[in-house]
Design a protein around this ligand. Structure first.
Ligand code: HEM
Length: 423
């Protein structure tokens, strides 16, 4: 008799299927997808909505290593498809050739030289001296909506605060700052490409900055642009073009990030009433320690920079056991790394007093955020003032009705409608 034909049984996979990335659900809550990637495909090749293929690095250890790896270049010319790669740091309009030579697009030794020069002009002291002005700006913005009982905290608070702050710091005269606010608003709303209104706004801003730098050169003041012009290192100075690119990147790196740190931060606090109550109590008692650790935790928990800006492999290399080809783009997913259970205890919980919190929200290595002291100052001032002046602040809509911007690099809310007082 014939033996029955052998039956081959396919092994049943118990792993849930790979999540879809870059959908609307993903923009609303990317963390379940990042948990899947960390576990099943920690260095993951994907096709981005733009059609470009890139590697996503999602585990904390790999992410930290990648951020410090000098074989991963910031210069878009190192992308295998470099014709498409120009302006891939996610900064709208940066294809304008003369703004390309900024810190996030260059490697050592140019990066080292420019960073040293800007560090001389933009010091922790510059930021500390600026604290009273940030407090004044914060109070003025709250004054405008306090009596109304409701506000959109993105448009009326989180958005204007950093733009006025950075304009003041750079030395943009007050009467010109509303123009800046409008240009920046255009870029944040329609970011991602040099077309139409965005291109016009970038051009206006670039021309304005070039002219401002020219004027300041004739008449140096105490502002950051004057200090950039003044800064020298072994007899080297920034060229006018480098100074314009530097002012532009300070504006860009320091603007939407801070908007989203305040927006995501307030939202996280409103969703975690126990933590928010502890912070309010501490503030009422004059204790600012929880505010300091709390802002760091808000950065880890739902920080504004979801993915670090683009990097390109200058040679074939292995990362997290995965072979990466020469010229491949590598995107370090800071938001995924900062929820890695291998590194953080109970990573999906918000714990404002978290101590062991070396998050990657400001990056790591030579491109570590230059503006971190300013970002901390702005976020701490904004949150403390808001919670103190509007102690019963609450969401005016259901969380499900909030919309997130679907950008690749940044994570932030489009609007944040709130109510307060007895309306
Ligand atoms: C770089 C985050 C605010 C200026 C970076 C990087 C991150 C980051 C992750 C590294 C990107 C990479 O390696 O690809 C943030 C966050 C902020 C913030 C989360 C606010 C909450 C600011 C502010 C300024 C600023 C206020 C300046 C006014 C810069 C600059 C770089 C940078 C100039 C480039 C440094 C370099 O390449 O050497 N930031 N940033 N940032 N940031 Fe920030």
């Amino acid at each position: 008799r014939n033996a029955p034909a052998p039956v081959t049984v396919e092994p049943v996979s118990t792993a849930p299927p790979a999540p879809e990335l870059f959908t609307w659900e993903f923009a609303t809550d990317p963390y379940p997808a990042y948990a899947w990637l960390r576990e099943h495909s920690p260095v993951h090749r994907t096709r981005l909505p733009s059609g470009v293929e890139a590697w996503l690095v999602t585990r904390y250890g790999d992410a930290k290593q990648a951020l410090a790896d000098q074989r991963l270049s910031k210069n878009p010319a190192n992308h295998a498809g470099s014709a498409h790669a120009k302006g891939k740091t996610g900064i709208p309009g940066e294809r304008s050739a003369d703004l390309m030579t900024h810190l996030l697009n260059i490697d050592p030794p140019d990066h080292t030289r420019l960073r040293r020069l800007v560090s001389k002009a933009f010091t922790p002291r510059t930021v500390a001296e600026f604290a009273p002005r940030v407090q004044e700006l914060t109070d003025q913005l709250i004054d405008r909506f306090e009596g109304r009982g409701s506000a959109d905290l993105i448009h009326e608070f989180a958005f204007p605060l950093p733009i006025y702050a950075i304009c003041d710091l750079l030395g943009v005269p007050r009467e010109d700052q509303d123009d800046f606010r409008d240009w920046a608003g255009m870029m944040i709303r329609h970011g991602g490409g040099p077309r139409g209104g965005v291109a016009r706004s970038v051009k206006k801003m670039r021309n304005y900055l070039a002219e401002l730098i020219h004027r300041k050169r004739e008449d140096l003041g105490e502002d950051l642009i004057s200090n950039l012009i003044r800064a020298s290192d072994h007899g080297e100075h920034l060229t006018e073009n480098e100074a314009a690119a530097m002012a532009f990147i300070l504006l860009f790196a320091g603007f939407e990030t801070t908007v989203n740190l305040i927006g995501n931060g307030v939202y996280a606090l409103l969703r975690n009433p126990g933590q928010r109550g502890r912070l309010q109590e501490a503030l009422a008692g004059g204790d600012t320690e929880l505010l300091a650790t709390g802002v760091e935790e808000l950065l880890r928990y739902d920080g504004p920079v979801e993915l670090a800006t683009w990097r390109y492999a200058t040679e074939a290399l292995t990362l997290g056991g995965q072979e990466i080809g020469e010229g491949d783009p590598v995107l370090v997913v800071l938001a995924a790394a900062d929820r890695d259970p291998e590194r953080f205890q109970d990573p999906d919980s918000l714990d404002l007093s978290r101590r062991d919190n070396q998050h990657l929200g400001y990056g790591h290595g030579i491109h570590y955020c230059l503006g971190a002291p300013l970002a901390r100052l702005e976020a701490q001032t904004a949150l403390a003032t808001l919670l103190t002046r509007l102690p019963d602040l609450r969401l005016a809509v259901e969380s499900d009705d909030l919309r997130w911007r679907g950008g690749l690099i940044m994570r932030g809310l489009r609007t944040l409608p709130v109510e307060f007082g007895s309306v």
